[in-house]
Design a protein around this ligand. Structure first.
Ligand code: FES
Ligand code: FES
Length: 163
């Protein structure tokens, strides 16, 4: 079937088979390699994208079921000439090692800032519980998220873009 998606603000169409996941279509049909194919079982969060305002594991979503949806991948976060603030905080805090988990963590953190910018450390831990990292031990990730929260508040002093 033909599937139409709004991906990172652009209309994209693809002919997909019934077995194809959203992750597969993003990577193999649309050439967006940011979302990673790791466990393919909904366990690691490496494939996280924002679908119609919800953080989802794109490996668990059938592409056909996503027809007509808005999808934001990690490629859609950065400005043309600059990193997204979350990407910058991950770099500055050294929260990137092999990088396999990073796109999913960045997407999940960017969504956290939209939904709950003033989340407590415990809430941050709960929010990111589905994003596994084998390398960093999470300390640097927690520092990066905290830095991104501070930057977000500084950029939105009137609460605009915050819940
Ligand atoms: S690849 Fe989707 S959750 Fe691991
Ligand atoms: S940086 Fe390697 S899995 Fe997270």
């Amino acid at each position: 079937m033909m599937v139409t998606l709004q991906v990172n603000g652009q209309t994209r169409t693809a002919e997909v088979a019934g077995w194809e996941s959203l992750l597969w279509v993003l990577r193999e049909r649309l050439g967006l390699l940011g979302a990673k194919d790791a466990c393919l079982q909904g366990e690691c969060g490496a494939c996280s994208v924002i679908l119609d305002g919800h953080l989802v594991c794109s490996c668990l979503m059938m592409a056909a079921d996503a027809d007509g949806s808005r999808v934001t991948t990690v490629e859609g976060l950065a400005e043309p000439t600059d990193l997204h603030p979350v990407q910058r905080s991950f770099v500055e805090e050294g929260a990137v090692q092999c990088g396999y988990c990073t796109p999913g963590l960045v997407v999940a953190t960017a969504h956290l800032l939209e939904e709950h910018p003033d989340a407590s450390p415990d809430q941050v831990r709960e929010w990111l519980a589905g994003n596994l990292c084998r390398c960093t031990g999470y300390g640097a990730v927690r520092r990066a998220v905290a830095a991104a929260q501070l930057a977000h508040v500084a950029d939105h002093p009137d609460g605009e873009g915050t819940s």
